[in-house]
Design a protein around this ligand. Structure first.
Ligand SMILES: [Zn+2]
Ligand SMILES: [Zn+2]
Length: 132
C-alpha cells in the first residue's frame, strides 16, 4: 500500500491507501457467472480506503439470496466489474482484487460456498465455509 488498479481498458483507475479488512474467495453461482471463471474474489474495504483517480463507473442492481439488493459497479467502456456494494451498507466497498495492478498480495483469508464449488477445485490451505 498504496496500491493502484484499473479496468481492462484503462478508462477507470483507482488507488487504495491502506490494507483491506479481508479477502475472500466465493464459489457461488453469481460469482462464477460474474467472473466468467471458477470463482469470484472479494476484497472488503471501507469506502474511504477506495479513491477514484480517473473515470466514472456504471452500475446495475440485483437481488441477493438473503433478500437484499446488491449494487454492481463496472466500467461502461469495457465492462470490467470493479466493485459491488450492498444497499444500505454504502460505507463498505467489496472490490474485485484481480483489478489491482499488483495482485500478488491477494492471498485469501477464507473461501465461501464450497458446497457449490466446481468439482475440480481443491484449495486445501484456505479455510473453507460450506455457505456464506
Ligand atoms: Zn474499462
Ligand atoms: Zn459469490
Amino acid at each position: 500500500m498504496p496500491a493502484t488498479g484499473q479496468c481492462e481498458c484503462g478508462s477507470f483507475i483507482y488507488t487504495l491507501d491502506s490494507e483491506p479488512k479481508t479477502i475472500v474467495i466465493c464459489h457461488c453461482k453469481h460469482c462464477q457467472r460474474q467472473s466468467g471463471s471458477a470463482f469470484g474474489m472479494s476484497m472488503v474495504l471501507t469506502a474511504n480506503q477506495f479513491n477514484i483517480l480517473k473515470g466514472t463507473l456504471s452500475s446495475f442492481s440485483r437481488a441477493t439470496d438473503a433478500g437484499g439488493t446488491m449494487l454492481c459497479y463496472f466500467c461502461p467502456d469495457c465492462g470490467t466489474r470493479i466493485y459491488h456494494q450492498k444497499e444500505g451498507e454504502e460505507g463498505i466497498v467489496i472490490l474485485k482484487p484481480g483489478t489491482l495492478d499488483d495482485a500478488d498480495a491477494n492471498c485469501p483469508d477464507r473461501q465461501l460456498w464450497t458446497s457449490v464449488k466446481q468439482d475440480w477445485i481443491s484449495l486445501p490451505d484456505v479455510e473453507a465455509l460450506e455457505k456464506q
